[in-house]
Design a protein around this ligand. Structure first.
Ligand code: ATP
Length: 246
């Protein structure tokens, strides 16, 4: 579903992505882990279109999206959650999601009268909110949500775009234990129908969610495989898991 081929990016003399290739298949979660400064954010930014790669290619569902803008990639089906929140704080929770539903489906609902269109958008938004566990919070102003609820709202906004693949950039950041467990459960359910590329520091989340793992160090993938394979890989243990290579 998502294919990254030989992505290469330098900032001046510093090469931050060295010919990175990886793929995310249908129904799969592929996680990228690595120490601070390894180049994870730079990689995600090239995939989402925030940064343009020097070389290489990003393809979504067989279509080359390398030259598209961020918004064009979202329209092509690349959903993403942001480390910096994309929520509109003065809007209600429902309005935040309904706005995203409208951006995706507005033209298909244009034949409806205004009131019916609004009801249809709200119904779709409410279903998505229920799915992520925020159904009871739809009338709240987004500014009143807790940090954990905001992360769920971001996810709901991403789902409203009906993505073919989801980029998750540190979704567990700042969550408490209970919230993390709930989000991991939700992502496990979503993974069945929505392939994901996950960048995450929380190893509990990574090992519970990932089918495939790539370990990024100094802009290069030094190990890859299933979580169990990576756990056993001396290079991965030495580079990231904080153990000796023996
Ligand atoms: N715009 C930029 N100009 C110059 N150097 C940059 C730029 N963006 C990132 N870097 C450098 O690229 C390297 C990789 O940064 P990046 O943020 O991608 O790492 P990361 O793995 O996401 O780190 P973290 O886990 O701390 O978020 C770092 O050395 C960083 O200082």
């Amino acid at each position: 579903m998502l294919e990254i081929e030989n992505l290469h990016k330098s900032f001046g003399a510093l090469t931050v992505s060295h010919d990175i290739s990886l793929s995310v298949g249908a129904g799969q979660c592929h996680a990228v882990i690595g120490p601070n400064g390894a180049g994870k954010t730079t990689l995600i930014h090239q995939i989402s279109g925030v940064l343009r790669q020097d070389k290489g290619r990003v393809a979504l569902d067989g279509k080359d999206v390398s030259a598209l803008s961020v918004w064009e990639r979202v329209q092509a089906g690349l959903g993403r959650t942001f480390q910096i929140t994309s929520v509109l704080p003065s809007f209600s929770v429902l309005e935040n999601v309904a706005t995203a539903v409208q951006a995706k489906n507005g033209s298909s609902l244009r034949f409806l009268a205004a009131a019916a269109r609004e009801a249809a958008l709200n119904d779709i938004a409410q279903d998505i909110l229920t799915r992520v566990g925020l159904g009871a919070r739809s009338g709240q102003q987004a500014a009143d949500l807790s940090h954990g609820e905001l992360r769920l709202l971001e996810l709901a906004i991403a789902l409203a775009g009906e993505p073919k693949c989801l980029l998750l950039d540190e979704p567990m950041a700042g969550l408490g234990r209970t919230e993390s467990v709930a989000l991991i459960d939700l992502l496990r359910t979503l993974r069945e129908e929505l392939p994901m590329l996950l960048v995450e520091h929380d190893m509990d989340a990574v090992f519970q969610l990932a089918d495939d793992l790539s370990v990024l160090v100094d802009g290069q993938i030094v190990a890859r495989g299933t979580p169990d394979e990576v756990r056993q890989n001396p290079k991965a243990r030495a580079a990231y898991l904080g153990e000796g290579s023996g």
